[in-house]
Write a protein that binds this ligand. Structure first.
Ligand code: ADP
Ligand code: ZN
Length: 606
């Protein structure tokens, strides 16, 4: 097993659970694998496919996913193919012939297509194993339900002796049971790996207004120069606005949402996968089918509606295991809008509850990773040291007077005031809306002039979370002071607020910026020597050239991780090149000479 792992995939050891899973499959037992994105599920059936006689049939929901997997396998010299509607008749005919002659080790197929072949191709070839990828698609409780997946029940009936392995990154219990039931797995062993993604940093920024958000994003991208990322937005409109703003600043950005034509969406996805564009501004429609391993960061421009969505979306960063950053913006406006959606949805209670959990995460002043993992049922008893809360624990101050000012203004406005007007009242702004409502005559008008508007936004968010007032979503979002709010207002209790920390780097000049950031968090680059940016760029350009020649995305040729390793280990012989983790025999022979001679040339010049 280890030798096959090394020869074909270039890895020296298994990740947690991989070996046990593979042994189980090789013993021809049914298996269910729950592993987070990037955990290394593919090898769990690809390695057995190489070791077993016959062809492993992999069921996969999307053509783009199949394409990616097949390309990655072929790039490692493994005979893999996909049977799908994207192929021409002639291609499919040739493929059938190869299958019948037993020349294909892994055959990818969509569930629809599979149904058509159950009594034909599949009966004629020697199937070693059925692997059902993205198995949660079978469950209507899951978020990616695909009716075609329910037809997979047929497999057990038609092929009672052939082992099955189902794999997914969605772990909830209902979905899990649904998979077992529907596929009728026989006495299955279930492997659940940790859902932690330690290479993802977690940061939340609260109460930013549009302009500040944009500035923070530009800053963030500046710190991630040349690195690909995704910005998730709540609406189609926002994706367009953000993409346009980035373009104006010379950043190559595109957008992706369900309102675009299929052709435009495909183009955006292809451009992103092939590193032709650095940033995709997208709605939640974007993501499934993105196997791109070198997404280096994910930003949430708006709060997601649930922790499931959030975790899945940030999970698209750092699949190669390298350090990747995530950033979530959280504002009062988002909460108001999302609550409205949840209230109007058919599953009101569940959706409000999910939103509430998301809000708690964003508001948290304890380690965010602990909250995340606990949410997904994994008990974690220590802090991660790698989220913004761990790095900069929040400080509190006695904010009773601030809170009293705000609550008193609400009461004096007869609780018929929304947050943005409230801020105007506190700041003493004579806007038309203020004067026409007579709010400028309130005793509290201008009582909070000394606090900037954006800080008021933040304090109000904290007050909402502390339960001092509620928002009546069905009454023009008017604010209502609660019982605990009244206790503060009448001086019976104190209100402790969190000190607002604005990022220093956002106000500093460019040159200074970099340093403060690096100090903030040391980059966990893979290994050894300081890397040299020049060498990295040379190797990266070479990789791009090879990718373009073959029509592959760059990360299929070599992953970012391998590129970094090359940069620090600097192999000068093809043999040493082949020893690098992630380079199997096939890639060694194919690319070794080229990379080694570039490295030698570079070293000579030093
Ligand atoms: P998943 O399907 O679970 O999202 P993948 O199978 O795509 O994850 O694997 C994620 C990344 O981890 C890939 O780049 C893969 O090559 C790498 N990987 C998998 N197994 C190992 C291993 N044993 N050692 C090193 N890297 C691995
Ligand atoms: Zn933490």
């Amino acid at each position: 097993m280890l030798q096959t792992l090394k020869t074909y995939f270039g890895y020296d050891s298994f990740r947690p659970l991989q070996e046990e899973i593979i042994r189980n499959v090789l013993a021809r037992r049914d298996t269910l694998v729950l592993m987070p994105t990037g955990g290394g599920k593919s090898i769990c059936y690809q390695l057995p496919a190489l070791l077993m006689e016959g062809t492993t049939v992999v069921i996969s929901p999307l053509i783009s996913l199949m394409k990616d997997q097949v390309e990655a396998l072929r790039a490692n010299g493994i005979a893999a193919a996909a049977l799908n509607s994207g192929n021409s008749e002639a291609e499919n005919a040739l493929l059938r012939k190869n299958c019948l002659q037993g020349r294909i080790k892994l055959l990818y197929i969509s569930p629809e297509r599979l149904m058509g072949e159950v009594n034909f191709l599949l009966k004629d070839i020697n199937v070693s194993l059925f692997a059902i990828d993205e198995a949660h698609c079978i469950s209507q409780w899951g978020h990616d339900f695909r009716p075609e997946y329910t037809q997979l029940k047929v497999l057990r009936k038609e092929f009672p002796r052939i082992p099955m392995i189902a794999l997914t990154a969605t772990a909830d219990k209902i979905t899990r049971q649904d998979i077992l039931d529907q596929l009728q797995l026989k006495d299955p062993r279930i492997f659940i790996s940790s859902f932690d993604r330690p290479n993802l940093s977690l940061t939340v920024k609260r109460g930013y207004q549009q302009k500040e958000k944009m500035r923070a994003i530009l800053d963030f991208i500046d710190r991630h120069r040349g690195q690909c990322g995704i910005i998730y937005c709540m609406s189609r409109n926002k994706t367009e606005i953000v993409a346009a703003a980035l373009q104006r600043h010379g950043i190559s950005a595109t957008m992706y949402h369900a309102g675009l034509s299929p052709a435009a969406r495909d183009r955006a996805q292809e451009d992103f996968i092939n590193d032709r564009v650095q940033v995709v501004c997208a709605t939640i429609a974007f993501g499934m089918g993105i196997d791109k391993s070198n997404v280096r960061w994910v930003i949430h421009y708006n709060l997601p509606k649930s922790m499931e969505n959030f975790y899945q979306e940030i999970g698209r960063a750092g699949r190669d295991g390298l350090e990747s950053d995530t950033l979530l913006f959280y504002s009062l406006g988002d909460i108001i809008l999302l609550s409205k959606f949840a209230n109007e949805s058919s599953q009101q209670e569940i959706n409000l509850d999910k939103l509430h959990r998301m809000q708690q995460y964003a508001e948290a002043d304890i380690c965010r990773r602990r909250i995340l993992l606990n949410y997904f049922g994994e008990n974690r008893e220590y802090d991660c040291g790698h989220c913004d809360v761990c790095l900069n624990p929040p400080q509190r101050f006695d904010g009773t007077i601030l809170v009293q000012k705000a609550l008193s203004a609400i009461v004096r406005a007869n609780e018929r005031i929304s947050t943005h007007l409230l801020v105007d009242v506190l700041r003493g702004n004579y806007t038309h809306e203020i004067t026409s409502n007579g709010f400028d005559r309130l005793k509290t008008f201008g009582a909070g002039r000394d606090v900037p508007a954006r800080d008021w936004q933040d304090y109000l968010l904290q007050m909402l979370q502390l339960g001092y007032f509620e928002i009546a979503y069905n009454e023009d979002n008017h604010l209502k002071v609660t019982e605990s709010g009244r206790k503060i207002l009448f001086g019976q209790e104190k209100a402790m607020l969190v000190v607002i920390r604005r990022d220093k780097e956002e106000t500093k000049k460019k040159g200074q910026r970099k340093k403060s950031v690096e100090k903030e968090r040391p980059l966990l680059k893979p290994e050894l020597r300081e890397e040299d940016d020049d060498l990295f760029e040379i190797l990266r350009a070479h990789r791009k050239k090879l990718a373009d020649e073959q029509g592959y995305p760059a990360y299929i040729v070599l992953s970012d991780k391998v590129l970094h390793l090359l940069c620090s280990i600097r192999p000068t012989t093809v043999e040493a090149f082949g020893n690098i983790s992630g380079i199997g025999d096939f890639k060694r022979e194919k690319y070794g000479d080229g990379f080694v001679s570039l490295i030698r040339k570079y070293l000579k010049k030093q």
